[in-house]
Design a protein around this ligand. Structure first.
Ligand code: SAM
Length: 284
C-alpha cells in the first residue's frame, strides 16, 4: 500500500482519518456482519482505495460510495470503471447528508468511518426522519464503548442515548490498530446497529426533539441534578408532575436514568420553554 500510494504521489491526510484497512480477514468479518444480499442498497462513506467497496459489490445489488478526497475518488473511478452497480460521489458525506435529507429506510450503511466524523455521522443517521435499516461501521474502540455503555458508567451519555433510541446494538468486535496503514494510535471496533421496530421508537419528530433536548441538557453538567438542569427549559410544576408520574427521584442525575426513562420523560415534557437545545459536547 505504501508503494502504491508513493507511485501515485498520494500523501495521506491525517485530518481525513486516512487509515486504510489492509487485513483481509477483518474486511471479511465486516461484510459478513452486514448480512447483505443482491436486493440490498449499500451506502459506503469513505471508500478510500476501495478494498471494502470491492467486497460490498460482490454481495450487494447497488453501492453508493461517498469520498471526500478528490485524489482517491479519481483513483476509484478508474479502478471501478466497468462496474455499473457502483455510484461514486465526490463530497463531504456529513455535508451531503445534511444538505439532501432522503429516505434511507431500505438502505444499509457499511463503512470504515473516518475517525474525525464517525460520531457525528452515526448521530445524524439516528436522528434522521427515515434512517437506514442497519449500520455496520468501524470506528474508534472508545466510541464503540460509549455506544455499549450502561447507566452509571463513565462513558454513558449523549452519544449512547441519541443512537440507541433508534438502533439496537448488535454483536461487535475489536480491530487492532495493526490492521491499518498507517497504524493509528488507538484500536478500532466494528459495530452493528439495527434500527428498532417502530413500536420501540419515539412516535414523532416533536417527541424526538424533546428527547434530544432532555438528554443534552441532562448531560450538559454531569454532576448536577437532572431536575435542576431541566428547570432551565421547563416550568417547575410540569417537571414535578413528570418526575412524580415516572417515580423519578428529584435528586437523581442524568447518568442514573436508562433509555426508557429518558423516552418517558420526553413524552411527558414535550415542548420546552426555550426552543434551542444545548449543543452536543465536542466529539473526541
Ligand atoms: N474504506 C477504506 C478502508 O477501509 O481502507 C478507507 C477508510 S479511511 C478510515 C476513511 C476514508 O474516509 C478516507 O478515504 C477519507 O479520505 C474519507 N473521508 C474522510 N472524511 C470524509 C467525509 N467527511 N466524507 C467522505 N469521506 C471522508
Amino acid at each position: 500500500m505504501r508503494q502504491f500510494l508513493a507511485n501515485r504521489n498520494i500523501r495521506l491526510t491525517r485530518s481525513l482519518g486516512q487509515n486504510f484497512l489492509h487485513d483481509g480477514n477483518q474486511l471479511h468479518r465486516i461484510v459478513a456482519a452486514a448480512g447483505l444480499s443482491r436486493e440490498d442498497n449499500v451506502l459506503e462513506i469513505g471508500p478510500g482505495l476501495g478494498p471494502l467497496t470491492e467486497r460490498l459489490l460482490a454481495e450487494a445489488g447497488h453501492v453508493l460510495a461517498i469520498e471526500k478526497d478528490a485524489r482517491l475518488e479519481t483513483w476509484l473511478a478508474e479502478r471501478f470503471r466497468n462496474e455499473p452497480r457502483l455510484e461514486l460521489r465526490h463530497a463531504d458525506a456529513l455535508d451531503a447528508l445534511r444538505a439532501q435529507p432522503r429516505d434511507w429506510s431500505s438502505w444499509t450503511v457499511v463503512s470504515n468511518l473516518p475517525y474525525c466524523v464517525a460520531s457525528a455521522l452515526i448521530t445524524e443517521f439516528a436522528l434522521a426522519t427515515a434512517p437506514p435499516k442497519r449500520l455496520v461501521v468501524t470506528l474508534q474502540l472508545e466510541v464503540a464503548r460509549r455506544l455499549a455503555a450502561k447507566p452509571h458508567a463513565g462513558d454513558y451519555g449523549v452519544l449512547t442515548l441519541l443512537v440507541r433510541q433508534r438502533y439496537q446494538l448488535g454483536p461487535w468486535f475489536r480491530i487492532p490498530a495493526t490492521c491499518f496503514f498507517p497504524q493509528p494510535d488507538v484500536d478500532s471496533a466494528c459495530v452493528r446497529l439495527d434500527r428498532r421496530p417502530d413500536s420501540e421508537q419515539l412516535p414523532d419528530a416533536t417527541t424526538r426533539q424533546a428527547f434530544v433536548h432532555v438528554v443534552k441538557r441532562g448531560f450538559s453538567e454531569r454532576r448536577k441534578r437532572l431536575f435542576k438542569l431541566l428547570r432551565r427549559d421547563w416550568d417547575e410544576p410540569a417537571l414535578e408532575a413528570a418526575f412524580l408520574a415516572l417515580g423519578l427521584d428529584a435528586d437523581c442525575r442524568a447518568e442514573q436514568l436508562d433509555l426508557h426513562q429518558f423516552q418517558a420523560l420526553a413524552r411527558r415534557l414535550l415542548t420546552p420553554r426555550s426552543a434551542g437545545a444545548p449543543a452536543l459536547p465536542p466529539t473526541p
